[in-house]
Design a protein around this ligand. Structure first.
Ligand SMILES: Cc1ncc(COP(=O)(O)O)c(C=O)c1O
Length: 498
């Protein structure tokens, strides 16, 4: 059992995990009779307006700026430091840094703290947009590792140990290796083994755990990234850890990355006016997870297992499961991601996603060509999960067709050629062209489907025919495709004379 798991299982956390130093300091301040001559200019919500009437008095009284009694995020010395130390202990890390621009800023800072311009970063090609942006900001030279593609569910999973080993052998001087753990769809590569391979070559392991804030608390057989040996990890507490949107935590485990480098890069990237509602929500969420997270997940597990059986019985739906991932991809699975393959009933994931919202008031996390995905968190109940099961059964009965829907574009596994570094392309002279005339041009743009925010094309890559076909597929099937270009169906490319 990992160190953190042991702490959770045996309730060996020190009593101090019951404390919320930052949240309590903020509440105390908000309750004081203060006449504010500092910003924010709403002055603790002194004037009634729609924001105050909906959010309530305390929300605006707690929306204050840094000051002596509330500490400073860039130089934490009192209540923020105490709250960060508690978070570090909760996740088994040496140090924790609170973030107010999501895991996005954590990923950018982790890359910038480990890679200087020209340094090699090994990175899965299905990394999030923030990974590609971190590469642009740092000037790192990316070497892409192809993820495992699942043609049956139409999604990609984590990278295999074999592909990581090959990348390390071919790039022994790489400075860092970035792993997404778990992926958006809940797959987890063998991170322990990967860390061991990377560390043998003195390569720092960075983990994008945007979807893994709950991992230390979910169950004994799921390994969290710190316990697996990662050097530096960012978790979106706001996604599965219970804090407010945009609040994340960067966790530093050992001496491979200097704490000063992390702090310096975070200060460079983050606002000097960090939002205290977000910061204090991290304090509250950490306490809840430590005190109640494990017991809530234990209660949810049989409910989710029952739901999977019911979704699949007498049905052409199929749910992604642990043994499937282990058997076909040698990866483990985070059961709190309910990935339901719906193309068996002749509909795309996008169609089922829209029907669930329009007819049943159910908001799924995302859709892909073949699947819809629900995130199960400790705030779910048997009744919310049963509602989803009933709606899926109803949809199959009402709209289901006999034919299985398949499209080669769902799983197009194109490898775009990288011609310029993402940073060179980002700063090159650019023009905007019709995407259907862009094959063979070098992209200056990130073309991505959102969610999940995984780019089809990144700056510096040659735009391939397959990428354009995939773009077309997503447009037709109602997926949301984003690019930097203002006009629809356009993409920003590097000017030809560059
Ligand atoms: C895999 C992955 N990494 C990073 C991020 C960015 O996280 P955040 O939204 O906390 O900035 C996301 C967001 O969806 C993501 O899916």
């Amino acid at each position: 059992m990992s160190q953190v798991k042991e702490l959770v299982a045996n309730r060996k956390y020190s009593l101090s995990q019951d404390k919320m130093p930052l949240f309590n300091a903020l509440v105390n301040y908000a309750k004081q009779d203060v006449t504010p001559f500092d910003v924010p200019g709403h002055k603790m919500g002194s004037r009634m307006n729609p924001l105050k009437s909906i959010l309530g008095d305390m929300a605006l009284r707690m929306d204050v700026n840094s000051m002596k009694e509330l500490d400073l995020l860039s130089h934490p010395q009192s209540v923020i430091k105490e709250a960060q130390d508690l978070a570090a202990a909760a996740f088994g890390a040496k140090q924790a840094y609170f973030l107010v621009n999501g895991t996005t800023v954590g990923i950018q800072a982790m890359i910038m703290a480990t890679c200087k311009p020209g340094d090699t970063l090994l990175v899965p090609r299905n990394g999030h947009k923030s990974v590609m942006d971190g590469i642009i900001l740092s000037g790192a030279r990316p070497v892409f590792i192809q993820p495992e593609v699942d043609y049956h569910f139409g999604v990609s999973h984590g990278v295999s140990v074999k592909n990581v080993e090959k990348a390390i052998n071919e790039n022994p001087n790489a400075k860092a290796l970035l792993i997404t753990y778990p992926t958006y769809f809940g797959a987890m590569s063998n991170l322990e083994k990967i860390c061991q391979l990377a560390h043998e070559q003195e390569i720092t392991v960075i983990v994008d755990s945007a979807h893994g804030a709950h991992l230390p608390f979910i169950s004994e057989d799921i390994l969290d990234p710190i316990s697996a040996g990662a050097d530096v990890v960012t978790i979106s507490m706001h996604k599965t850890g219970g804090s407010m949107t945009q609040s994340s935590i960067l966790l530093l485990q050992n001496n491979r990355v200097a704490p000063e480098a992390i702090q310096k890069n975070l200060s460079l990237l983050q606002s000097t006016s960090a939002n205290y509602l977000l910061l204090s929500s991290l304090d509250v969420a950490r306490r809840e997870m430590v005190l109640y997270g494990n017991e809530r997940y234990l209660r949810l597990k049989p409910i989710v297992e029952r739901a999977i059986i019911d979704i699949e019985s007498n049905s052409r739906y199929e749910v992604l499961k642990s043994h499937y991932l282990e058997k076909h991809f040698d990866q483990s699975y985070d059961w709190s991601k309910l990935v339901i393959r719906v193309n068996g009933i002749g509909l795309t994931g996008f169609e089922v996603y829209s029907i669930l919202k329009a007819e049943y008031g159910i908001q799924m996390e995302l859709a892909e060509g073949y699947v819809v995905m629900a995130v199960i968190s400790t705030s779910d109940t048997e009744s919310s999960i049963r509602k989803l099961v009933r709606a899926l059964k109803d949809i199959e009965e009402k709209y289901g067709e006999k034919t299985v829907l398949m499209s080669t574009n769902v799983t197009a596994n194109q490898v775009n050629k990288l011609i310029l570094s993402p940073r060179e392309a980002f700063y090159a002279e650019q023009e905007t062209v019709d995407i259907y005339n862009a094959v063979g041009r070098i992209s200056a743009d990130t073309l991505m489907i959102y969610p999940p925010g995984i780019p089809l094309v990144i700056p510096g890559e040659l735009i391939s025919d397959d990428a354009v076909k995939q773009y077309h597929y997503y447009r037709q099937t109602l997926g949301t495709v984003l690019s930097e270009a203002k006009e629809a169906n356009h993409i920003t490319v590097v000017k030809e004379n560059e």
